[in-house]
Design a protein around this ligand. Structure first.
Ligand SMILES: [Zn+2]
Length: 193
């Protein structure tokens, strides 16, 4: 029997082993319990879906079709996210809903491609009157159909120009050539495909 084996068989060392194991398990379960708190923090602040002044866009160019999903906190567009109270706030919401009826007022494909709006759908808890808590997002789906798809070279993101608080649009662009992430800013409105 080696010296190490003799040591391992001592009842005292078994006690130490159990003690250390219980600390490791306690630490592990403690860190898994803490996880959901960290996730909530991310969702509500600088990372993930809801970040004031920023928007996320999924854009797919396939043949003659352009399909998009644009998401941003309402604060980026209105300066508030609660149900409108004053007349000025009610007008701002009404103006926004009017503008959302026309995706071409937000995104302009290359003129030569002769694209026309095919569909649009805007949803927000602020529109449906179901605002819960402090935050509300806009989810805007739209599509264009282009008569001359070969001439389609890009998309101008007018929303960045027209909404003072909106400073960044992160575009997940999917084309025949693959997928890439493009960050657009106020000084770079023209997204090239
Ligand atoms: Zn918010």
């Amino acid at each position: 029997m080696t010296r190490l084996e003799r040591y391992a068989l001592r009842p005292q060392s078994l006690w130490w082993f159990t003690f250390l194991l219980s600390i490791v398990i306690a630490g592990w379960t403690g860190s898994t319990r803490a996880q959901p708190v960290a996730d909530r923090h991310q969702a509500g602040h600088s990372h993930g879906a809801h970040s004031h002044g920023k928007a996320e866009m999924e854009l797919t160019i396939q043949g003659s079709a352009i399909r998009g999903l644009f998401r941003t906190p309402m604060d980026s567009l209105l300066g508030f996210e609660h149900a409108p109270k004053t007349d000025a706030q009610k007008k701002a919401v009404s103006d926004l809903r009017e503008r959302l009826k026309n995706p071409a007022a937000w995104f302009v494909p290359t003129a030569d491609a002769q694209c026309v709006v095919r569909s649009h759908e805007a949803s927000s808890t602020l529109f449906s009157g179901a605002v819960k808590g402090a935050h509300s997002d806009l989810e805007y789906r739209f599509s264009f159909e282009c008569a001359v798809p070969n001439a389609l070279k890009g998309l101008e993101i007018l929303a960045l120009r027209d909404f003072r608080r909106l400073s960044e649009v992160r575009v997940q662009l999917v084309t025949d050539r693959g997928q890439r992430l493009v960050k657009m800013h106020k000084k770079s409105l023209d997204l090239a495909f």
